[in-house]
Design a binder for this molecule. Structure first.
Ligand SMILES: Cc1cc2nc3c(=O)[nH]c(=O)nc-3n(C[C@H](O)[C@H](O)[C@H](O)COP(=O)(O)OP(=O)(O)OC[C@H]3O[C@@H](n4cnc5c(N)ncnc54)[C@H](O)[C@@H]3O)c2cc1C
Length: 406
């Protein structure tokens, strides 16, 4: 008997799940609340969609699950096969941006990625119910009954691909978490991740607009994270890939109460020893030496923070002054007080416990016949195409699993 699979949510994971289930022979209905689906794909990568990373990085994923479990789920559909699927099956040539190790569509248009996924669903005969919200999912005598805002559907298997809570304007409401809880799943506490940090008051608001590559290290009582990449001072705080990548440490330390995470910035690739040598070697003003490596206004601020006057030459620097300046350059404690929350967060942390779904199919161990994929699951990766890699891989696994197990 041909299994009837309903996929709830036509984001990255749901679109891929629908294609995989259909390619595996199931009759598939894809239900999507928005009228077009894939809205996060459209806004991803600054409108360019960073489809995949050049190299998988399971060790950088954040999850309550074990590392091997995350690695296994991420690698279930190997990166090179995913790449081939986009290029050969979907007809979306990808181009590697060497300096960032990210794959983008060669056209640099995110819309091409979303449209190719939808076009293939249409070509394969996936029934689409767009502009319809699923309001409940209940067991029926022979499978599942799915209530929509405009009717009901019957299914043998249901794939939950409703995403998390990030960027609500794209359709995220946390519906999948409610379904998972009702089915008896553990849903690890959710929080905004890959989100900008704020500072109120903002002592460095006058530096807003400054951007540079840095290494940033966030540490709390329970975890730490490090990232190298773009850093941007904003009017409300700090953003850029490096900040987003470590933001979960700050966010979770606030949620936990107690001592807040410390966030330290090393503003250049030079370490303390390299800076010591540079100061001992140079003759001119200390601020000018610093300004060779960071923007002028930041150089002046770092000198102010270190208590080194702008007139001081490198030769005149006392040992303690040099030590303070080097500390400001290599381990600057970033004053932060909060974060921007789910509104701009690229992903949601927490979610459905990975050890409560079957590893090979992503079928629920609590409610057989339900499958979970994408952001609703408890794992997210760093900036760089890793989160789409997770969505494509888990969507593919869940779609095939749902088609096979009926
Ligand atoms: C600004 C931004 C930029 C990003 N850039 C990148 C990038 O370049 N590379 C990268 O790897 N990752 C990027 N990400 C992260 C990536 O977009 C997500 O990890 C990914 O989209 C998650 O896919 P998903 O299908 O699980 O969830 P979503 O994309 O959120 O899709 C869930 C879908 O389910 C639908 N839905 C929800 N509830 C219901 C319901 N009750 N009934 C019917 N439909 C429902 C929603 O409307 C939505 O279409 C970015 C995220 C943001 C916000």
């Amino acid at each position: 008997m041909t299994p009837r699979v309903v996929v709830v949510g036509a984001g990255a994971a749901g679109l891929m799940a629908a294609l995989a289930a259909r390619e595996a022979g199931a009759q598939v209905t894809l239900v999507e609340k928005t009228t077009d689906g894939g809205r996060k794909i459209l806004i991803s990568g600054g409108g360019r969609c960073n489809v995949l990373p050049a190299v998988a990085a399971p060790e950088r994923f954040v999850s309550e699950a074990t590392r091997p479990l995350v690695r296994g789920l991420l690698g279930a559909w190997p990166l090179r096969e995913q790449q081939r699927y986009f290029e050969e099956t979907l007809g979306v040539p990808l181009a590697l941006e060497a300096e960032s190790a990210k794959y983008f569509p060669a056209s640099n248009r995110a819309r091409d990625v979303r449209d190719a996924l939808v076009a293939r669903a249409v070509a394969l005969g996936v029934e689409r119910r767009f502009g319809a919200e699923v309001t409940s999912i209940a067991r029926a005598t022979d499978g599942w009954q799915i209530a929509l805002t405009d009717g009901t559907l019957a299914a043998d298997r249901v794939v939950i691909a409703t995403g998390g809570l990030s960027v609500p304007a794209t359709g995220s409401t946390g519906f999948g978490f409610d379904i998972a809880r009702a089915a008896g799943h553990t849903v690890h506490p959710t929080y905004p991740a890959l989100t900008p940090l704020t500072a109120a008051p903002h002592p460095y608001a006058d530096l807003a607009g400054i951007s540079l590559d840095v290494t940033i290290h966030a540490r709390s009582a329970r975890e730490e994270a490090r990232s190298t990449g773009g850093f941007l001072v904003t009017h409300r705080g700090y953003s850029g890939p490096a900040v987003l990548d470590v933001s979960h440490v700050a966010v979770r330390s606030l949620d936990a109460g107690g001592t807040r995470a410390t966030v330290r910035v090393c503003w250049t690739p030079m370490d303390a020893a390299a800076w010591t040598a540079a100061f001992l070697d140079a003759r001119g003003l200390a601020v000018n030496l610093v300004a060779r490596y960071v923007p002028q206004r930041l150089a002046e601020t770092l000198c102010d923070v270190a208590g080194v006057t702008r007139e001081r030459t490198c030769v005149q620097l006392r040992r303690e002054e040099r030590a303070r300046l080097i500390a400001a350059l290599t381990a600057f404690e970033l004053p932060w007080t909060g974060h921007e929350g789910y509104r701009p967060a690229e992903v949601t942390g927490g979610g459905v416990a990975l050890d409560e779904v079957q590893r090979g199919t992503l079928e629920s161990r609590r409610a057989p016949g339900l499958f979970f994929c994408g952001e609703v699951l408890d794992a997210f990766g760093p900036i760089g195409g890793h989160n789409f890699q997770w969505a494509w891989s888990t969507g593919h696994t869940a779609g095939r699993g749902a088609a096979a197990s009926a």
